[in-house]
Design a binder for this molecule. Structure first.
Ligand SMILES: [Mg+2]
Ligand SMILES: [Zn+2]
Length: 183
């Protein structure tokens, strides 16, 4: 093994933010993020699920698309305020936020897996032994492209469905139980 060889042997659970960690606001069947802290509600069971996953030595990394910033309908400071609150309140290792829209051609906007690959390098994560939990097709596809097993929390949004998630669950807590019983 050469000098500088990175050992990637940690396992992670990648988590979408809105609809997984905190309640998404539903507007005409579509999910929209809270824009300020007084709209933020952490979902039931999330703290318990994260604590159990952390106790089992999983890295917990939130990967979130926030395109409303690029679209001009939300401000970066509002997103950061919510992220800072989540980091301070929950046992999370990192929050990776994409502020771009499709036209920006970044590699961090899900379904692209750039944020997962970057996290893998920074933290030494074995992506094939890791998981992605999300409530939209973009989350599931990003996880699949990174080689993770995927959990789809199905709220029945009126939008494109994900293609072949490994598991369909009702909450992060349900996903945690499946992960920790060894699948
Ligand atoms: Mg979501
Ligand atoms: Zn991006």
């Amino acid at each position: 093994m050469g000098i500088g060889k990175i050992i990637s042997n940690r396992r992670a659970v990648f988590l979408d933010r809105d609809g997984v960690i905190n309640r998404a606001i539903i507007c005409e069947g579509h999910s929209i993020p809270p824009v300020k802290i007084d709209e933020l509600e952490i979902l039931p069971g999330v703290l318990e699920a994260l604590m159990k996953l952390r106790a089992a030595n999983y890295l917990l990394i939130v990967v979130t698309n926030q395109p409303d910033v690029a679209r001009g309908t939300a401000v970066k400071e509002g997103v950061e305020e919510i992220n800072n609150y989540l980091m301070a309140t929950l046992p999370l290792d990192a929050i990776k936020t994409c502020y771009h829209d499709d036209s920006d051609n970044c590699n961090c906007r899900k379904p692209l897996p750039g944020a997962l690959f970057e996290s893998s390098e920074v933290f030494g994560i074995d992506l094939k032994r890791s998981f992605m939990v999300g409530d939209r097709w973009r989350d599931i596809e990003a996880g699949q492209r990174a080689g993770c097993k995927t959990f789809f929390i199905n709220y029945g949004y009126k939008e494109r469905k994900p293609n072949a998630p490994d598991f369909i669950v009702a909450s992060l807590l349900e996903a945690e139980k499946i992960i920790l019983r060894g699948l």
